[in-house]
Design a protein. Structure first.
Ligand code: X6L
Ligand code: MG
Ligand code: MG
Length: 176
């Protein structure tokens, strides 16, 4: 853990996780395990939604969730951690918007706006993605209003309620 200082304040971070290759549930759980042992503190998790693919349509349906954490890690270290989780799940990038074992995207970091070559926050396309807005609305409808995002949930189905996601994390440990 990085010590909390004026330079490294404790901030709330919202992440989007998705998987549509292999054991999707296990990939999400293992991904969360890596994030939560790498400097992000668990705050809340959405249910797990099954969602039709968008962008590139000829691929299997996704499991998607939104994870809320707190951390003192600076934005670029959060990004590196997200990339480490993808690498640990052996993500391959054969084609753009193609199938993946694990995708971890940074949605929001506190009240901050960042516009850098490798990291834009809020996530620039999140307001168009039902698989992000649906779970986010379940967890914190006020945050959608605050950032001017539309509530949208068409085409996504709740598969595993948030209470069960939390039980899974607590009973089986992070790496089950
Ligand atoms: C026109 C052009 C319309 C592009 C949509 C949307 C592209 C989303 C990429 C788009 C467009 C994306 C996931 C996914 C992907 C996911 C589901 C992306 C990046 N990731 N579909 N497609 N869940 N359901 O996590 O989000 S590829
Ligand atoms: Mg993504
Ligand atoms: Mg991504």
């Amino acid at each position: 853990m990085i010590k909390r200082t004026d330079e490294n304040p404790l901030q709330t971070v919202w992440l989007s996780l998705g998987s549509n290759l292999g054991d999707r549930l296990q990939n999400l759980i293992r991904g969360m395990g890596i994030l939560l042992t790498g400097g992000l503190m668990f705050e809340d998790c959405s249910g797990i939604y099954e969602t039709d693919p968008v962008g590139f349509l000829e691929q299997p349906p996704f499991y998607n969730l939104v994870l809320k954490v707190r951390t003192t890690l600076p934005p670029h270290e959060i990004l590196v951690l997200c990339q480490q989780a993808e690498k640990a799940l052996r993500r391959e990038r054969a084609l753009r918007w193609g199938p993946r074992t694990l995708d971890v995207d940074i949605l929001l970091i506190g009240d901050r706006r960042l516009s850098e070559a490798d990291l834009e926050v809020p996530h620039p396309r999140m307001k168009e993605r039902a698989f992000v807005l649906g779970p986010l609305e379940d967890m914190d409808p006020a945050i959608l209003k605050k950032w001017g995002f539309p509530p949208r949930r068409a085409g996504i189905d709740l598969k595993i309620p948030a209470s069960d996601v939390r039980i899974l994390l607590q009973q089986n440990g992070w790496l089950s």
